[in-house]
Design a protein around this ligand. Structure first.
Ligand code: G3H
Length: 538
């Protein structure tokens, strides 16, 4: 396989439908309800997909986007602040029903752009066609589910509570201006899983696309602009240090939603002058372990660990990033696992049945090779054929064994197609690993003895936030809580949790006197308040 594979595009390898004939020059951004043109410097967008150009092979230039400055960033911040207007703007005071109407209108328009967004997901981050389609469809479903969840939440709040002589109505109110930033591996989905709940709860939003996965947001600019009132959603492009730092340093951000590294999250939080006023929802690193007990069903363990560690080349925060295998079954497991890895097809994102695609992060294959070399100098080996074979932006998955403490692969989040395997005899070894780890997102546990499994569940649920039994780690279904302990997360995201994260419980209360009863009844019957209301969304 290694011999035939070139690692770059050759003539006519791109189906017509997915071609980018000339670079997409994006000069527009959305600020204050207007799509503005930018005539300043642009950032080149290099695809992870390489092509031959003369004698050299290089990453294909697929477009450019605006490198805005602090001036445009602060304009966006002002626009979001004006639209919020200290909670008095039309958006934060709008009825829930009306806000839902705007978000539904956006989702309708968004669906029209599926083909273009999917194409750009393939070109910008190398996601396979089925995974890119799944990311798009899952995002549209997430919006629909968010709308349904908000209707439920609103219905529960459409009543008064009378307790100890006090009448109250409790609802969730927005927090203010939200800054939303997603990661490159799910540039659409994970950005929208914060952006949409933030908007629908009545916050105004500034959104910055991730460093990789920028152009795919362009087809949605018009839909954003047309679907929301002026200043409610603003999109800034450029380098984080230039455009995000001044926004954070202004102290005018009320909620930071960030999915990326804890290093970047810490910098952003510190830039805010009033940290106690800043709410944060953060999705950060993870090093999820799979623990394979000696009585595990081998077929299931191989299948789940394969897809858990190598879907999207291992570039998922939920990926299984280290495998602990009981010594008694290590040889049998490794033989079958490597055999399964050997069947994975390398190729371009649109190639049928492809599983291994080019990596978008700069110098990623070099970094992964360093991790492998470090393990090799400390006694581990690549145990699969062609493992670690790097061609331009491709790396063939490397199964590395036996990995142990002291090797970088033991603790570092590789976020790529390298699978470290650690042998164990005593269950305390993987348990200690999970306890000592800086991360605490999920664990996968493979075994068939209910008693043994249950002995491990109870301590593990206090170390991580999801224990998967005979199943790979994953975020979905999206109604499940998605979070982590230690350096892996702050706050919880799920369809319904996200609505809570971007809002705060607020109530209107009055002593139960005749006069107060009359006032409340009048307000409700005349429907003069949107908060104090018994309207029920059907
Ligand atoms: O990158 C982290 C994602 O939240 C993972 O989501 O488990 O659905 O791939 P997923």
């Amino acid at each position: 396989m290694a011999d035939e594979f070139s690692g770059y595009l050759k003539d006519n390898m791109v189906p017509d439908k997915y071609r980018i004939n000339s670079p997409i020059v994006q000069r527009h951004y959305l600020c204050d309800g207007e799509i503005k043109e930018w005539n300043g410097p642009q950032q080149d967008v290099l695809s992870p997909i390489c092509e031959a150009s003369g004698d050299t092979v290089r990453q294909k230039l697929i477009g450019t986007y605006p490198l805005l400055t602090e001036v445009q960033a602060l304009e966006a911040l002002d626009a979001a602040g004006r639209a919020y207007d200290h909670g008095r703007g039309p958006w934060p005071t709008m009825s829930v029903k009306e806000r839902i109407r705007h978000v539904a209108a956006f989702a309708f328009r968004m669906k029209e752009q599926r083909e273009e967004v999917v194409k750009l997901l393939m070109w910008e981050i190398g996601k396979t066609l089925p995974d890119a389609e799944k990311e798009f469809d899952r995002t549209v479903d997430y919006i629909r589910d968010t709308i349904d969840a908000l209707k439920d939440l609103d219905r529960l709040s459409s009543r008064f509570v009378i307790e100890q002589g006090v009448i109250g109505q409790i609802r969730r109110a927005p927090l203010g201006v939200a800054l939303c930033m997603g990661p490159y591996n799910y540039p659409l989905n994970e950005t929208f899983t914060t952006l949409i709940p933030a908007l629908i709860m009545g916050n105004t939003v500034i959104f910055k696309p991730p460093r990789l996965g920028v152009l795919l947001h362009q087809p949605l600019l018009d839909a954003f602009c047309d679907s929301f009132p002026q200043g409610v959603i603003n999109i800034v492009y450029g380098r984080g240090q230039i455009v995000i730092s001044p926004i954070m340093a202004s102290g005018k951000i009320d909620v930071l939603a960030f999915i990326g590294s804890s290093h970047a999250a810490d910098i952003l939080k510190k830039q805010h002058p009033k940290p106690h006023r800043l709410r944060c929802v953060l999705g950060l690193e993870a090093k999820n372990a799979a623990i394979i007990l000696k009585d595990a069903d081998m077929d299931t363990a191989v299948e789940e660990c394969l897809s858990g560690s190598l879907s999207f080349n291992g570039q998922r925060c939920t990926a299984i990033k280290i495998l602990f295998i009981h010594k008694q079954i290590a040889d049998a497991f490794i033989t079958r696992f490597c055999d399964a890895v050997g069947k994975l097809k390398r190729g371009m994102p649109w190639d049928e049945g492809v599983r291994i695609t080019p990596l978008p992060e700069p110098d990623k294959t070099k970094y992964l090779t360093e991790l492998i070399d470090d393990a090799r100098t400390k006694g581990a080996h690549i145990v699969n054929e062609n493992g670690g074979d790097a061609k331009y932006t491709f790396m063939y998955p490397a199964v590395v064994y036996p990995v142990g403490p002291g090797m970088r692969l033991y603790t570092e989040e590789q976020f790529g197609p390298v699978i470290p395997i650690v042998p164990f005899t005593d269950i305390e070894e993987p348990m200690n690993y999970v306890i000592q780890s800086d991360y605490g997102q999920q664990v996968s546990l493979f075994g068939s003895n209910a008693e043994l499994v249950s002995d491990l569940i109870d301590p593990l649920v206090n170390q991580v936030c999801r224990v998967n039994i005979n199943s790979q780690c994953q975020r979905g279904p999206d109604i499940f809580p998605f979070t982590g302990r230690k350096d892996s997360a702050e706050g919880t995201l799920s369809v319904s949790d996200a609505l809570r994260v971007f809002s705060i419980r607020t109530l209107v209360a009055a002593k139960e006197t005749e006069a107060n009863r009359r006032i409340i009844t009048t307000i409700v019957s005349k429907r003069s308040s949107r908060f104090l209301s018994t309207d029920f969304i059907l």
